[in-house]
Write a protein that binds this ligand. Structure first.
Ligand SMILES: Nc1nc2c(ncn2[C@@H]2O[C@H](COP(=O)(O)OP(=O)(O)OP(=O)(O)O)[C@@H](O)[C@H]2O)c(=O)[nH]1
Length: 253
């Protein structure tokens, strides 16, 4: 969009542009917001491609708007390809059942956040969460009930997170939450909130209440940590929570 804006600037001068595309999760605002604007909802066939707005301090003429509409036509198909590519990448990294990230992007995301936290002397914490006796839920109520449980737990976790936190479905009934700019004490509070939310939530399946609890382990980044050590401490803490009776939060030592 930046290239399109700069290429057309000699033909249709403008001070700023805004582009948003919810499918992309993209929201771009470039330049100085101005009084006059023209907006276009971009579409190729039935594919929505977001909304583009150009802004400047004097009105756009009819000739300029006609020209812009023609130029936009040449943008639609490259934009459609970019959207499809982005959707494919997003799907590959998303667990379709729980709509959380899957393992594909886990290592890269954690390493990137570890680097950022170390460079900026910021806190970073990680929570491992494993649903208790999940096999029993599957065996007693069926696999569909197990799937509904996974969806419900993911939703409860998401409801307790901030925008910058990231949730991954790590394996079968295991989730990992990366908590930015949060120290061990505050990550523990978050883990306890999530544990209570899961315990209190009443999942009704086939008219029967299904009791769900989870065990959680928490670790925070240390200055000499590498990726494996950071992850392993939280995983070990979660296993300690399991071994000491489940439905509890353990902090990494
Ligand atoms: N319904 C459903 N079940 C799954 C899925 N992925 C893994 N499972 C099941 O999750 C169960 C995990 O069982 P275990 O590893 O024994 O763990 P658990 O029963 O939760 O026991 P603890 O972790 O020790 O409390 C297995 O029965 C798997 O078949 C899934 O996507 N959907």
């Amino acid at each position: 969009m930046a290239i399109f804006s700069s290429k057309i600037n000699s033909l249709i001068p403008h001070n700023a542009y805004a582009y948003s595309n919810t499918l992309f999760d993209v929201e771009i605002n470039q330049g100085v917001m101005s009084k006059y604007s023209c907006s276009y909802a971009l579409k190729a066939g039935d594919q929505e491609l977001g909304e583009l707005t150009l802004m400047r301090s004097r009105e756009f003429t009819d000739d300029e708007l006609d020209l812009l509409e023609n130029l936009l036509c040449s943008l639609l198909y490259p934009l459609k390809n970019a959207t499809l590519y982005h959707q494919a990448l997003k799907m590959a990294a998303t667990d379709q059942l729980t709509q959380t990230l899957n393992r594909v992007s886990f290592n890269d995301t954690v390493k990137r956040e570890m680097n950022w936290a170390k460079l900026n002397a910021a806190d970073l914490s990680i929570i491992f969460l494993d649903i208790d006796h999940f096999k029993v839920i599957n065996d007693q109520y069926g696999h569909d009930c197990g799937d509904s449980t996974l969806v419900a737990v993911a939703k409860l976790i998401k409801e307790n997170l901030r925008k910058n936190d990231t949730i991954f479905r790590f394996g079968g009934e295991e989730f990992v939450i990366l908590v930015n700019q949060t120290d061990l004490a505050n990550a523990e509070l978050l883990a306890k909130r999530i544990r209570i939310a899961i315990e209190r939530n009443i999942l009704v399946y086939d008219m029967k209440p299904v009791k769900v609890t989870a065990s959680l382990g928490v670790s925070s980044l240390r200055s000499d940590d590498n990726f494996d050590a950071f992850i392993k401490r939280a995983d070990n803490a979660m296993y300690k929570a399991k071994r000491s009776g489940r439905n509890r939060v353990f902090l990494a030592q």
